[in-house]
Design a protein around this ligand. Structure first.
Ligand code: PEP
Ligand code: MN
Length: 362
């Protein structure tokens, strides 16, 4: 398994769940024959958020997967959520394991898995936790690495949120980007199936992952998605998967001299503009300080809602006229406005200093 092949993304595909012997053999045969898939996935223990859904076929599925893998000469992977799963999967001869989002959210479970993995050299894929907490993901990777496992790979599968958007799990790309900075040597893949929750946006998210220079994709693929026992809305047929993979543009981190020259020129411009932007922000916050001093003197409230609504409206219109998305302008202004309110409160409430905010790291 070469997880860092700059020419070709590493592809994991297969059903959400192993259902029957026939289903496992059929999907393994089709995906192996495509020549595009590096590793077959299927869950035999399914951690479902609510009871009453299909919770996996259990131990027997391991045997189907291992036999199908041998028959079609392809490696197979399954999800583990406790020490017992690890022992059974390894004993059955499963080639690689992954730890799911719900399990990564619980450090006790991750540690139990790490302890059970000691002495083995099985590759382990680690999804992000369901909630957007980078440190849970980092912690899980550290625990598994500390157990002596050398081949650890991260899988970005999006983050659950209360508000329902077009995605089942929001991609929040800045979180996997932070992970790449923390672990430059740990390959990272994307699971567009669990991000999207339906098949419609999978190609878009898959391409975006490759554009972010991710190392591979895990994509749920089922011989008959409509009748799948779990996650039926998001599974592709083998032909759909093949189509998708053939249409992905695998960009390279090109570094030939003329590319580098053009990029350097453009990056110089970006650097200059960023410097202007930072200077401009610093000036803006000097004005914020003057405003705060005045509000303190006159005993005025920090937030004046009409003024804030007016700013938003005007800036959105100005941005739009210059080709900037309204949502982007709103988000950006909200960040600036939050900082401005915080700064004003600090100045106005001195010496009480009620607004010292610290990032907690448990
Ligand atoms: C899965 O891969 O089928 C799964 C349950 O994924 P996640 O842990 O990302 O929800
Ligand atoms: Mn699934």
């Amino acid at each position: 398994m070469n997880l860092r092949d700059p020419k070709k993304p590493f592809i994991i595909a297969g059903p959400c769940s192993a259902e029957t012997e026939e289903q496992v053999f059929s999907i393994t045969q089709k995906l192996a024959a495509s020549g595009l898939v590096d590793l077959i996935r299927a869950g035999v223990w399914k951690p479902r958020t609510r009871p009453g859904n299909f919770e996996g076929i259990g131990h027997i599925g391991l045997d189907w997967m291992v036999r199908a893998g041998k028959e079609y000469n392809i490696k197979v992977a399954t999800e583990v959520a406790n020490a017992n799963h690890v022992e059974e999967a390894l004993k059955a001869g499963i080639d690689a394991l992954w730890i799911g989002a719900r399990t990564v959210s619980n450090p006790f479970s991750v540690q139990e898995i790490a302890d059970a993995l000691k002495g083995s050299n099985v590759p382990v894929f680690i999804k992000n936790a369901i909630n957007p907490d980078l440190n849970l993901w980092v912690g899980a990777i550290e625990r598994i690495q500390n157990s002596g496992i050398k081949k650890v790979t991260a899988i970005h599968r999006g983050f659950s949120s209360y508000q329902k958007t077009r995605y089942r799990n929001e991609p929040l790309w800045n979180i996997p980007i932070r992970l790449m900075q923390i672990f430059p040597d740990v390959p990272i893949m994307c699971d567009p199936s669990h991000i999207c929750g339906n098949t419609e946006y999978i190609p878009y998210i898959a391409q975006q992952a490759l554009d972010m220079n991710m190392d591979g994709l895990m994509i749920e693929t089922h011989p008959d998605p409509e009748n799948a026992w779990s996650d039926k809305e998001q599974q592709l047929t083998p032909n759909e998967l093949i189509d998708l993979l053939n249409n992905l543009n695998n960009r390279v981190q090109s570094n030939n001299e003329s590319d580098q020259y053009i990029l350097d020129e453009l990056r110089l411009k970006i650097d200059e503009l960023d410097e202007l932007m930072v200077n401009c922000l610093a000036k803006r916050f000097q004005v914020v300080e003057d405003i705060a001093a005045f509000k303190k003197h006159r005993n005025l409230t920090v937030l004046q809602i009409n003024r804030w609504s007016e700013i938003l409206q005007q800036r959105v219109a100005e941005g739009k006229a210059l080709g900037l998305r309204a949502e982007f302008i709103v988000e950006l202004l909200e960040i600036i406005h939050n900082e401005s309110v915080l700064k004003q409160s600090q100045i106005i409430n001195q010496p009480h200093q009620v607004n010292k905010i610290q990032t907690k790291n448990h």
